[in-house]
Design a protein around this ligand. Sequence first.
Ligand SMILES: NC(=O)c1ccc[n+]([C@@H]2O[C@H](COP(=O)([O-])OP(=O)(O)OC[C@H]3O[C@@H](n4cnc5c(N)ncnc54)[C@H](O)[C@@H]3O)[C@@H](O)[C@H]2O)c1
Length: 321
Amino acid sequence: MAISKPTIAIVGAGLMGHGIAQVFALAGHDVRVFDAHQPALDSLRTRIRANLDQLGIPGEAEARVKGSSDLGETLDGAAIVIEAAPEKLELKRAIFSELVRLASSNALLASNTSVIPIGDIAQGLATRERILGTHWWNPPFLVPLVEVVGTPDTASEAISKMISLLDSVGKTPVHVKKDVPGFVGNRLQHALWREAIAIVAEGIADARTVDTVVKASFGRRLAVLGPIENADLVGTDLTLDIHNVVLKHLNRSPDPSPYLTDLVASGRFGMKSGEGFRSWAPGEAAALRASVFSYLKNLDLSPNHSGGEHGQTETTSLKAT
Ligand SMILES: NC(=O)c1ccc[n+]([C@@H]2O[C@H](COP(=O)([O-])OP(=O)(O)OC[C@H]3O[C@@H](n4cnc5c(N)ncnc54)[C@H](O)[C@@H]3O)[C@@H](O)[C@H]2O)c1
């Protein structure tokens, strides 16, 4: 007898919500999606179909996704709820108080927040044992990782159930053991961005050069060689020698760079305004997005792609710093 797959509810049909819905629908789950804005619901299936077409995936997985402007209807019968609304603490807290009230009493309630501690979202709510974080990466149907984050109140069964579910739909879930701002991925990513911005601000290199340095050097290896593996590869002794020289010179500001705040204050928002750290000619932004999609798609289709911690490469003769 076939085991029925749990119904998934998604709150927020934006960039992340529609992509997360796609992952579950493609794996055979019924998916309900709530959004506060009708246009996001109207375009939901079309956006999913367009992604699937780009990936060359036939069929009608998008038909398993049903949008609704009624939160109660969306949550009815859902065993798993994933919130992917805007990154505002007060909004997420308001949504979660509704989820606790309206969702089935044993449904898992997860937030896709990028950096907000899950405990801040769950604060003061009843049944905090079923509230957790599932931090997906964009695009959710091409980037394997999902960080699963529990608070001290989250039941260990909730974590293991979520990890099994994510495994079953082909993701690479990891358990983040402490509910810290930024979890693991965004702490690492924004440590790099802070230094990259400092290098530009200090005139050490311009914006294009900083990106070329990353893309043409250690960025090439990152998908198969993590920083800790890399430190072990070159040796902890060499890593220590390097840190003794360089760490004291890296940016340690706890606040955003004044260079960044000036860009925002002057309306230089990046690709969407035509200028950010650098200017973007018409067509350049779309070309870059297409190139990222195609790169990730090819990685995903590659037989060597593990998406997980078991992807080993032949590194015995490689010295990589
Ligand atoms: N964009 C990324 O790369 C990325 C990656 C990982 C995590 N996240 C996180 O995922 C979440 C969603 O990000 P996004 O990029 O999909 O944003 P988005 O702006 O594309 O989508 C948010 C959606 O939420 C809807 N919404 C607004 N208020 C709502 C409400 N009260 N109830 C329900 N829906 C509401 C909006 O209409 C919109 O469709 C954020 O917490 C973000 O930090 C984003």
